[in-house]
Design a protein around this ligand. Sequence first.
Ligand SMILES: N[C@@H](CCC(=O)N[C@@H](CS)C(=O)NCC(=O)O)C(=O)O
Length: 300
Amino acid sequence: MGSTETHAFPHKLVLYTNHTCTWANRANIALAELSLPFEQRIINVDGPRPAAFLALNPRALVPVLVVDDEHVIVESVIICQYLDDVASAVCAAQHPSLRRRQLCPPLHGQHSGGGEADGPLAAALTRAQMALFIDVYWTRFHTLLFGLFEAVDQAAEDRIVDEAVDRLLGEVQPLLVASYPRTHETATANAGVDAGVDAGVDAGVDGPDGPDGLFYGGNTEFTLVEVITGPFVVRAMALSRRGVYPARLAQRVQQEAPRFAAWAGKIAERDSVRAVFDEHVIVKRSVAKRQRMRKAAGLV
Ligand SMILES: N[C@@H](CCC(=O)N[C@@H](CS)C(=O)NCC(=O)O)C(=O)O
């Protein structure tokens, strides 16, 4: 990490969450990656929400973050971006000399690479590229998979998988590969999310397409890209391996999208992900959900 020093964090963070919720996983992972102390309150998402929770979020969804018993932040992407912003703002105010671990390259303050003049511009560009990757992963690939539980037959399932994998190959994986620095020099100039980037690139460059198995931008630590997409990537691959989604999905990804597959494998190994992702529980819940959805659609 850019810095693993833990220092007093002057705000109280309470996260209302549930580890079976992929969206809520994002917030837990962001907190772990940023080493922020927090209190966790598990909300049962299968039953009625407590009135006190509904008062915080009338939409009834987890995750919800409450800051200093006062400010309520909802929506997983907004919570994760807020956590990254607040962690870096607090660090800049308290420890200006310390380069803190961040999920996005900072727009102000220290940068891992580039000159003073181009630092903020390069950071802004990287942030835009990260946002594009997240959007393309979600809108062009992952949302297609939601159709699998209501596919009328195996041929319909195969069509969904094939379209999803084609888009992964044509649109998602190229953005991941393009994010990898090509040389040591461009790595330090372009990536710069954390200070660990140099070591990662030195260890990982393996050819013209960049390092295998590193995180977005060639980073050795999670970025906002892995925090936001990671829980969904891990789930999709696990559900396919375990036969809840068609096995063909993981097989095609493994064979035809090795860069994406290597990246997905690294995400699954990460402590912050393993702490909230229980494959056994998720498979069981997903099988039950598939059954409910197929029944409601009159398919069984
Ligand atoms: N867009 C929301 C989605 C959160 C969400 O769908 N949470 C689900 C659990 S996975 C939930 O709380 N569902 C409760 C309900 O629908 O009543 C986010 O990103 O935070």
